[in-house]
Design a protein around this ligand. Structure first.
Ligand SMILES: Cc1cc2nc3c(=O)[nH]c(=O)nc-3n(C[C@H](O)[C@H](O)[C@H](O)COP(=O)(O)O)c2cc1C
Ligand code: SF4
Ligand code: SF4
Length: 401
């Protein structure tokens, strides 16, 4: 059986799955459930400093799921591409209650998993004060959260609105922290990996790249944002492409371990993140919508997958995809001989392919969709849209003259 243990900054995590700092980790009961559900660690919902305390109360309701309940077969089948928009900033606790709750969580969890406190300040004084308090708790780990997508919209300099302060925060806190720690950096910047590198140079022991983006949808009848009416966080499986890219870019630059995430929905996503360099992989929406126990299932699948391929641990696959992630300029351009072909046993003559072919290469006949090879660009759109999976693409060598 493959070994799923991961050692990060001297701390041994029983497995790579981390419950992200969010509603499921709002208090010690959630932390306990997270570890009992099979996760290796839980990042407690972030404590905001006093200047950001407005965020300790949340709008109601505050969640909006896009393309979720409409999925055919729901709730027996769940979609693999949807988005959650939410406006829920930080822990509802003040400083003292938070520290007491973290201690309670560690008492409840014992050595079965890693309890990770999460702090988010506005001024450096606030950061220092919170670090002083968390040092005295039994937390196994501390996360400096400089990533909240929308907290700065409360009118304070924090989260994604304080990207320019990230390295200063790290420098200040690294000197005071008595525990292993990670820094959660925002993707809402031109180059998240450069911010991560600056954190490493400022003393960070681990980087968490899993933060969400901010935005809003618009209700056109009311001409106002959907939900609470302001910007909120956007995440969920739809965003995994951003997360994988950001992890790969950072892994090529950093020598410290990475906690990755954004869009984790099943066990394959955890393998993907590991292959682009992550040591730990966290989930927010995945746990929120599939429940704490999904972590157990994910770990079982990961073990089976590693065993079946002869890997003995996650170390064997960490970063193995990085050499295959090409620079845009390295991608092969305009290969000859690639065009669409139709399997007439499958084609239902629905015409869906024709309306999406912008090279005018498809004619609908009584036999089905006919491809004009001289017009076909080989773009592959018809194959993607065909409901009957009747279209495939030829390989470059097979082009007829
Ligand atoms: C409802 C909700 C609340 C969140 N609260 C926090 C928080 O307090 N601190 C934090 O660092 N991240 C917070 N996050 C972000 C998650 O920790 C995590 O980075 C993100 O959800 C990962 O993306 P995913 O949901 O696509 O897995 C929150 C996310 C959600 C959905
Ligand atoms: S979309 Fe598929 S099934 Fe429909 S006409 Fe085109 S090839 Fe045939
Ligand atoms: S591969 Fe592109 S160009 Fe060729 S038939 Fe399909 S949609 Fe048209």
């Amino acid at each position: 059986m493959a070994n799923l243990k991961v050692n990060v900054a001297g701390v041994e995590f029983p497995n790579p799955v981390i419950v992200g700092s969010a509603s499921p980790s709002m208090d010690w009961i959630g932390v306990k459930k997270g570890i009992e559900g099979g996760s290796g660690g839980v990042i407690v919902k972030s404590l905001f400093g006093e200047k950001g305390k407005l965020g300790r109360n949340f709008p109601r309701p505050r969640f909006k799921l896009y393309d979720y309940k409409t999925y055919p077969g729901y709730p027996q089948s769940l979609p693999h591409a949807f988005t959650l928009n939410s406006l829920e900033e930080c822990s509802h606790f003040g400083y003292q209650e938070y520290m007491e709750d973290v201690n309670r969580a560690k008492d409840a969890v014992g050595d079965k998993g890693i309890v990770m406190a999460s702090l988010s300040g506005v001024t450096l004084d606030e950061w220092q004060e919170m670090v002083g308090l968390v040092n005295e708790t039994n937390a196994d780990w501390v996360e400096l959260n400089v990533s909240c997508p929308f907290a700065a919209d409360m009118g304070v300099k924090m989260g994604a609105g304080a990207v320019d302060m990230t390295a200063d925060v790290v420098r200040t806190c690294a000197n005071l922290l008595k525990k292993p720690f990670s820094v959660k950096v925002s993707p809402q910047t031109v180059d998240q990996s450069s911010v991560a590198l600056a954190c490493q140079e400022a003393g960070a022991q681990c980087i968490n790249l899993s933060a969400r983006f901010s935005g809003f949808d618009l209700d056109i009848d009311q001409a106002r944002p959907v939900g609470p009416g302001a910007q909120g966080g956007w995440g969920g499986p739809y965003f995994i492409g951003y997360g994988l890219k950001n992890c790969a870019l950072a892994a090529n630059k950093l020598s410290i371990p990475i906690i990755a995430g954004l869009g984790v929905w099943d066990w394959r996503d955890i393998i993907k993140y590991t292959m682009v360099g992550a040591s730990l992989v966290q989930s927010g929406v995945g746990i929120m919508l599939q429940g704490y126990d999904v972590a157990k299932k994910w770990n079982e699948h990961i073990s089976q997958w590693l065993d079946a391929r002869g890997y003995s641990s996650l170390d064997d696959i960490r970063g193995i995809a990085l050499p295959n992630v090409l620079k845009t300029a390295q991608v092969e351009r305009a290969p000859e001989g690639v065009y669409a072909k139709v399997d007439y046993d499958k084609c239902t003559k629905c015409g869906v392919c024709k309306r999406s072919c912008f090279y005018d290469a498809i004619t609908l006949t009584k036999c089905g969709a006919v491809i004009d090879q001289h017009k076909c660009d080989g773009c592959g759109m018809c194959m993607e849209v065909c409901p009957a999976n009747a279209v495939s693409m030829t390989s470059p060598q097979k082009r007829a003259n």
